[in-house]
Design a binder for this molecule. Structure first.
Ligand SMILES: [Zn+2]
Length: 300
C-alpha cells in the first residue's frame, strides 16, 4: 500500500497534486455549508443542501465549481441566483490544498489540509459575522498541539521517537502561547491608544491556533505580515464595497463612520492570510530572519 503510494508519488508527481486540487474543491463545497450553518447553530450534515426555494439539490447539480459554471450561477429548479462566492471558495480551497501538497512532504501536506480548512471557515465566518467560533480557534489550537506531538515533522523536528514528539509538542504549545499573548497585548495597547477595542478575544485565540500549527515564528508573522498583506489586499476591496454599497456587515448600514480596523474590518481574514503565506512557503524566509535576529540580539 505504502509502496504503491511512494511509487505513484515519485513517478507521477502530478497524480496526487491533481487529486489534492479535486479533494480541495470537494472540501470547499462542504466548507460553504459550514460557513453558512455553523454561525446559525445548524447541523452541517442534515438536512442535505437545499435551494432557496426549498427544493433539495440533486448530487449532479452539486458538483464543486463545475455546477456553478454549467448552470451559470442559477439554480436548475427555480432560476434563483447563487453567489459567485460558492465556486470561489471551492476553487480557493482546491488551489490551497494543491499548494500544500506541492510545498510539503505528504504527512505535513495532509495536516495542512485541515489547517487550511479551519482558516477558510474562520475567515468567511469572520467576514460575515465578525466572530470566529471557538470550535475553530480553541478547537484548532488543541488539534494543532496533538498533531504536533503525533507528527513532529509538522514542527520541522527530526530525531529519535519520544524526544522528537515531546520537542514538537513543546514547539506547538509555545507557538500558541506566544501567538495568543502577542495579540492580547497588542489588543490591550491598541485599546489604550485608540480608546476603543480594535482586536477582540476571537483574534487572540485565532493566532493561538495559528501558532499551534506553525510555531511562534508563524504566529508572529501571521500578526504583522498578515496586517501588512491584508491592508494591501483587503482594504481596497472593502473601500470599493463601501463606495458601491455592497452588502453591509451586521445590518448596520446607517453608520457614516469611515472604514476602521476592528469595528468594520475584521482582523481574522488578515491573520489567516498571514498564516497561509507562512505555511505555504514563506516559512523558510521568516525562520531565517528570526534566527538572524535572535543571534544578533543575544550575540554569539
Ligand atoms: Zn430553487
Amino acid at each position: 500500500m505504502l509502496e504503491t503510494f511512494t511509487y505513484i508519488n515519485a513517478d507521477f508527481p502530478w497524480f496526487f497534486a491533481t487529486f489534492s486540487f479535486i479533494f480541495g474543491a470537494i472540501t470547499g463545497s462542504f466548507l460553504n455549508v459550514c460557513i453558512y450553518r455553523i454561525p446559525a447553530e445548524r447541523s452541517v450534515v442534515f438536512p442535505g443542501s437545499t435551494c432557496a426555494c426549498g427544493k433539495a439539490i440533486a448530487w449532479y447539480n452539486n458538483i464543486p465549481i463545475l455546477t456553478w459554471l454549467f448552470l451559470r450561477g442559477r439554480a436548475s429548479c427555480c432560476g434563483e441566483r447563487f453567489s459567485v462566492r460558492y465556486p470561489a471558495i471551492e476553487s480557493l480551497t482546491g488551489v490551497l490544498f494543491y499548494a500544500s501538497w506541492v510545498m510539503h512532504p505528504p504527512v505535513v501536506a495532509i495536516i495542512g489540509f485541515l489547517f487550511i480548512a479551519f482558516l477558510i471557515c474562520s475567515t468567511f465566518i469572520d467576514l460575515d459575522h465578525m466572530i470566529i467560533p471557538d470550535r475553530f480557534s480553541i478547537g484548532g489550537m488543541v488539534i494543532g498541539v496533538l498533531l504536533s506531538i503525533l507528527f513532529p515533522s509538522l514542527q520541522g523536528v527530526e530525531g529519535s521517537l519520544i524526544i522528537a514528539n515531546i520537542e514538537s509538542g513543546v514547539h506547538s504549545i509555545i507557538g500558541a502561547l506566544i501567538g495568543a499573548g502577542l495579540v492580547y497585548w497588542i489588543a490591550v495597547l491598541g485599546e489604550i491608544v485608540f480608546r476603543k477595542p480594535a482586536m477582540g478575544e476571537g483574534d487572540v485565540k485565532f493566532v493561538g491556533f495559528i501558532g499551534a500549527f506553525c510555531g511562534w515564528q508563524g504566529a508572529v508573522f501571521a500578526m504583522f505580515g498578515g496586517a501588512f498583506i491584508g491592508t494591501l489586499i483587503l482594504l481596497p476591496v472593502l473601500l470599493l464595497g463601501r463606495i458601491f454599497g455592497w452588502k453591509q456587515r451586521g445590518g448596520s448600514s446607517d453608520s457614516d463612520e469611515p472604514v476602521a480596523f476592528g469595528s468594520q474590518v475584521p482582523f481574522g481574514p488578515m491573520l489567516a492570510v498571514g498564516g497561509l503565506v507562512y505555511f505555504l512557503g514563506f516559512d523558510r524566509y521568516v525562520d531565517a530572519y528570526f534566527a538572524d535576529f535572535v543571534l544578533s540580539f543575544f550575540g554569539q
